[in-house]
Design a protein around this ligand. Structure first.
Ligand SMILES: [Zn+2]
Ligand SMILES: [Zn+2]
Length: 435
């Protein structure tokens, strides 16, 4: 059975991978990172979903999501209106983040999947496709329509006592768009596409690590290799320890993310400092009969608890308070581990890193809820809602903690760990074990 070598993206361990394992999802035996993800669907399925998504996109963005009625007055709004709301309130940064995460990136991602899968289906692979697929990998986590959908649900829960709520056609299109986008993320076989887009002769032939019994558990770095974090191809390290370009996808790759620790600390400290104004200052202002009343993040959460909606209160408390604080503390633990050469609990710490990367985006929830309230609750003198300064601070906290997780290089945690000569490295899983 032909084997080739792959490296774990989280701890850099080299592993043997044979074609017979392709039908299984493979995890790294050392840190648990996903080395290979099993996808059973064809490129056609992803193409079909991307066409569906593109057809749904305009109605989902432009049609009104819902209508609120109170005392004979009614107000409705679309997804696009929500960023206009922030823009009119002069919250330009928040408007920009809502624009990219809920409006622009979802469209770009759908178009990228459509183009790449369309070409792949026709059997033609022009060189620019690698750039498009690279862009998809880069933008994927910054598109957040599923979080926006949760925001819509929470907004309806919040307004259900004050107004009568009707869902409009835009909501159903948006719901379908979210489901389609989630389906694409599941069925898109990235490894297969990268393999299809590979130019002949660009893959490096690396002897299987299992054959090298003298050095069990060696990392790519120790073997003079470096993993491309975009397309997962192994390349030879630069002889002068500088960056190189991946021959398959063209990404710039470094042995380790450059200045990872300094950049992550800077972003973590920024988030920690801004977490104070984000929680102390009001995040929105509710005007009732001309009397403005300020509301902080915690006031918003207390509202749901007093109302008896404990689940919703708990969801917002988790997304807005627990997640940012947890991320900051978690990243500090990871930074200190990488800096002090501490080698305890490395597997758990790598799991912590993956969890931080996964949950980060969900903190945007409160921003989307406010975006919707600003647009939907505008009944003139009776009552209206405006964004307040903490919205900007909170938005910066969310983006900087997300960037901090991105700039941190989990492989640094493992670099300090020199395996002892007699240490047994877990064997490379076979197809049977992996299933
Ligand atoms: Zn690993
Ligand atoms: Zn690459």
């Amino acid at each position: 059975m032909p084997t080739h070598t792959v490296a774990c993206p989280d701890c850099d361990l080299l592993l043997a991978f044979s074609a017979s394992l392709a039908r299984h999802t493979l995890r790294c035996p050392r840190c648990g990172g996903t080395v290979h993800r099993r996808v059973d669907t064809s490129v056609d399925t992803a193409l079909a979903f991307s066409i569906t998504g593109l057809l749904l996109y305009l109605p989902a963005m432009l049609f009104p999501l819902m209508t609120l009625e109170t005392l004979g007055m009614s107000d409705s709004g679309s997804v696009l209106d929500t960023l206009v709301g922030f823009y009119d309130n002069r919250y330009y940064f928040v408007a920009f983040i809502v624009l990219v995460s809920a409006v622009a990136f979802p469209l770009i991602l759908l178009s990228l999947v459509f183009t790449v899968t369309m070409f792949a289906r026709s059997g033609r692979y022009p060189a620019f496709l690698t750039r498009l697929l690279r862009l998809y990998v880069f933008l994927e986590e910054w598109a957040m329509i599923e979080i926006f959908l949760l925001g819509i649900m929470i907004t309806t829960m919040k307004m259900r006592h004050t107004a009568e709520i009707h869902f409009d056609p835009g909501f159903y299109c948006f719901l379908a768009l979210v489901l389609t986008t989630m389906a694409i993320a599941t069925v898109l076989d990235r490894e297969r596409l990268w393999a299809l887009l590979s130019r002949p002769g660009t893959a490096l032939s690396v002897p299987s690590p299992a054959a090298d019994a003298e050095s069990p558990g060696r990392t790519a770095l120790q073997t003079g290799l470096v993993l491309c974090h975009v397309c997962r191809q192994l390349e030879k390290r630069s002889p002068v320890a500088g960056p190189i370009h991946c021959r398959r996808c063209g990404a710039t790759i470094h042995d380790r993310k450059p200045d990872s620790i300094a950049h992550t600390w800077a972003l973590v400290l920024t988030s920690t400092l801004l977490l104070i104004p984000a929680n102390v200052l009001p995040i929105m202002q509710v005007e009732f009969l001309g009397v403005p009343e300020n509301s902080t993040i915690l006031d918003g959460i207390m509202y749901f608890f007093k109302d008896g909606s404990y689940l919703i209160g708990l969801i917002i408390l988790t997304a807005s308070v627990f997640v940012p604080v947890f991320k900051i503390i978690g990243l500090i633990i990871l930074l200190l581990t990488a800096q002090t050469s501490n080698t305890g609990f490395l597997r758990s710490k790598t799991m912590l890193y993956r969890f931080i990367t996964f949950i980060g985006r969900w903190s945007m929830l409160d921003i989307f809820v406010i975006a919707l309230l600003v647009v939907l609750v505008d009944f003139g003198f009776l009552t209206s809602i405006h964004a307040a300064p903490a919205a900007t601070y909170f938005c910066i906290v969310v983006t900087s903690t997300m960037l901090a997780a991105k700039t941190f290089d989990a492989r640094l945690l493992w670099d300090n760990r020199q395996p002892a000569a007699n240490e047994a490295i877990p064997p490379i899983p076979t197809a049977k074990e992996a299933s």
